[in-house]
Design a protein around this ligand. Structure first.
Ligand code: FAD
Length: 706
């Protein structure tokens, strides 16, 4: 019971559906309580900042007008247009309370409440004048998300109320657009969108999943998820071809891209774009600026941890969205608010027009139950959405794997990886891992088709042997490169397999050479060389490939030997030149292998000098003007030869340290390769010009296969 005997005035801040309904039901209860008209009843003051100018665009569920009418015990159901906008409900309710007794309505904004006296200071919308209302002992915050009263309480008495998020919405940014759209298109679109409702349907309703379009939404608009956005099309006034779109949007979407986003999202879900035009704004303020009925809002419902509070004589309440917000997609905001309002009014003890008491325990119990239901609905919906987003991830990943598997070549796969690059890093890594393992499987399958397990050799007779070797090696390298670094334990064995396969190719080439199948041998060596060089240039493979440089030089050496044996001097020179260009000190191999490598390098250098001398000699022999008495002999490009020799001497100097290690089988003196060495070689070239080729090349020595 209240201590004061005065009639208890009630202040309702906010004239949305809940504020208006509260005023109506309280007014009814006051009237019903009056037995003698002489008593002065309590007053209800309703303050609404947008009185009669409601432009809220939302559409209400079909039966909500009847539901509200029933809860308000109206003789005649509230009238509404075919479209059933929230604004229609607000207007209809306003018409009802306008003529209801005990209610004074102010077209004004609440500025502040004096928490000691219950006097509200309001500012009228039309004149801007400030008015102080009579003291009110019951103050109900019905101002929706604005929470005009609650926020003042939080500011002035911090421990009273607290705002908190009900549940984290996985997709917070949403768009709302009013559009003109052909009725038939609307019907088709609505059907498709209903099938793809992400909030209620079980997660396996993804038959028409279009992963490629989702990737495009990510790449073009920065869409953060791997599911299509939720998209609702609510038919407006059917006769006028109107509709309302509600849809999720990327967080960082700029207003100038809203329309493009709607089109692309529609495309992604429905497979095509149904034509629509955005409707111009209803507000006079915007008509001249051509503003459209298209807006964005953040959806993360908040609750006020507060159902009632007493400060001195004053009792504070919050109802509707001010107490607990809703997700618009549930379409229950108005209904929930009305239920809370009924619970509230039922707890008011009104006698002879005066509020003499309030049944707080019953109210607290009933409102807590309503709020728990309301809250769990939202929590469930966001959990379902999160589940969908997770599930959708696997659909997108499966799709990408399928695409990669059917891609014809590395370039096509690279294109798919580029499209997938916007995936969240973790998912991308996982995808790479999965696909790398598939690649490894494919590579092994292809390699095994040509690898003879009995002889432990590649069968060069196998159909398209070289092609298959090429393919399996390429695929394995792709798999190694793709494997994310954190899977190093998987990566290293693959690199070892690669090494083994390349050595198998080299062994195969050696056998072919032994069997005098020179052309085939050359092809296999070249293939081995290609992959050794690929390995050398690939940072993923380099560090653990210990024999890499030695293997490269060995293959070069053998190729030069084969070409020399076949008197193809220019090819032999080309390969020796390439080999020497590629020479680097092996950063990783052990000393023993470095020494072997140095021997190989030296061997190649001497082979090259021999080749150069042979070439000079041949040139001289074939030259029409050749003459043994002339020096320099006509036709011998002595300058070029000397330049070449110079170059190699420079290289010799560079490698002189390693060359010092060499003892056999090179016969020339190796230490102090400076001027004296240069002169020796120069002399040899001169001698060559005097047809002493045989003795010079004999002195330089020739090597067999390494
Ligand atoms: C896009 C969208 C679509 C929706 N669709 C649906 C749907 O289909 N079905 C459904 O049931 N619900 C829907 N809702 C939710 C529904 O709109 C709300 O739950 C409902 O309006 C809450 O009513 P209320 O009276 O508590 O608050 P509100 O409707 O927000 O009303 C609050 C009122 O307080 C006034 N006010 C604020 N501050 C002050 C102040 N300082 N002084 C004076 N007045 C003030 C405002 O002008 C406003 O009129 C939707 C919401 C959105 C955003």
């Amino acid at each position: 019971m209240f201590s004061s005997p005065l009639p208890r005035n009630i202040l309702i801040v906010g004239g949305g559906p809940v504020g208006l309904s509260t005023a109506k039901l309280l007014s009814q209860k006051i009237s019903q309580s009056l037995t003698t008209p002489t008593k002065e009843p309590g007053k209800i003051f309703l303050v609404e900042a947008r009185l009669g100018r409601s432009i809220r665009p939302g559409y209400l569920a079909f039966n909500i007008f009847d539901f509200v009418s029933a809860k308000l015990n109206l003789d005649k159901n509230l009238e509404h247009s075919e479209a059933q906008h929230i604004k229609d409900l607000e207007r209809a309710l306003y018409e009802v309370i306008k003529v209801s007794p005990h209610i004074t309505i102010y077209d004004a904004t609440l500025l502040k409440i004096d928490l000691a006296t219950g006097v509200a200071l309001i500012k009228t919308t039309k004149t801007g004048e400030s008015i102080a209302l009579p003291p009110c002992y019951i103050i109900i915050d019905c101002s929706g998300q604005n929470r005009a009263v609650i926020n003042q309480l939080i500011q002035e008495k911090k421990d009273i109320a607290e705002l908190s998020t009900i549940a984290i919405n996985p997709v917070k940014h949403h768009l709302i657009a009013q559009v003109r759209m052909d009725n038939r298109d609307q019907e088709k679109l609505t059907k498709i969108l209903q099938k793809r409702s992400h909030l209620n349907k079980p997660a396996d309703s993804y038959e028409h999943f279009e992963a490629k379009r989702i990737l495009a939404l990510r790449n073009e608009f920065g869409w953060e998820h791997l599911d299509t956005p939720t998209f609702y099309s609510v038919p407006g006034n059917v006769a006028k071809n109107k509709a309302m779109f509600y849809l999720e949007a990327p967080n960082a979407l700029l207003p100038e891209r809203y329309e493009a986003w709607i089109k692309s999202a529609m495309q992604a879900i429905a497979g095509k774009e149904y034509p629509f035009t955005l409707m111009p704004s209803e507000s006079k303020k915007y008509i001249s600026k051509k503003k459209q009925r298209l807006g964005a809002f953040f959806m993360e419902p908040q609750e006020t941890r507060f159902s009632s509070h007493k400060i001195g004589e004053l009792l504070f309440f919050a109802l509707g969205d001010a107490l607990m917000e809703n997700d618009y997609r549930l379409g229950v905001g108005v209904k929930n608010g009305i239920m809370q309002m009924v619970t509230f009014v039922e707890s008011c003890n009104i006698v002879e027009g005066a509020l003499i008491g309030f049944n707080l325990p019953t109210y607290e119990k009933n409102i807590a139950q309503l709020l728990t239901e309301q809250k769990s609905h939202i929590i469930n919906v966001y959990q379902t959405r999160r589940l969908h987003l997770e599930k959708a991830k696997t659909y997108v990943k499966d799709f990408i794997i399928k695409q990669l598997l059917s891609a014809k070549n590395f370039t096509a796969r690279a294109q798919i990886w580029a499209e997938a690059a916007s995936l969240p890093e973790e998912d991308l890594q996982e995808l790479k891992y999965t696909f790398a393992l598939k690649l490894e499987k494919n590579a092994t399958k292809t390699f095994n088709e040509i690898f003879d397990k009995k002889t432990n050799q590649i069968n060069p007779q196998a159909f398209e042997c070289l092609l298959k070797l090429n393919e399996s090696l390429n695929t394995l390298i792709e798999a190694i490169t793709l494997l994310p670094h954190q899977f190093i334990s998987k990566k290293n064995p693959l690199i070892e397999t690669l090494q083994e396969w390349i050595l198998n190719v080299i062994n195969c080439a050696r056998d072919l050479h032994k069997n005098k199948k020179h052309d085939e041998a050359v092809k296999h060596y070249k293939l081995a060389l290609k992959f050794l060089n690929k390995s050398k240039d690939n940072v993923d493979l380099m560090p653990i490939y210990t024999h890499l440089y030695k293997d490269i030089m060995a293959v070069y050496s053998n190729l030069i030997t084969i070409y020399t044996a076949h008197k193809d001097i220019s090819q032999a020179l080309l390969y020796s030149d390439n080999a020497l260009k590629e020479v680097k000190q092996d950063p990783v191999s052990p000393e023993e292998q470095k020494s072997e490598l140095n021997q190989l390098i030296a061997k190649i250098m001497y082979k090259q000098i021999t080749l150069l001398l042979t070439q000079s000699s041949n040139d001289q022999k074939t030259s029409p003007q050749s003459s043994s008495t002339m020096f320099p002999p006509a036709g011998l490009d002595l300058k070029k030869t000397l330049d070449d020799v110079n170059t190699y001497l420079a290289r010799l100097q560079k490698y002189s340290k390693s060359l010092k290690l060499l003892k056999q089988p090179i016969s020339l003196p190796l230490e102090g390769i400076e001027l004296s060495q240069y002169e020796t070689l120069q002399k040899k070239v001169k001698e060559l010009s005097k047809e002493t080729t045989q003795s010079a090349s004999a002195q330089l020595g020739g090597e067999g296969l390494s």
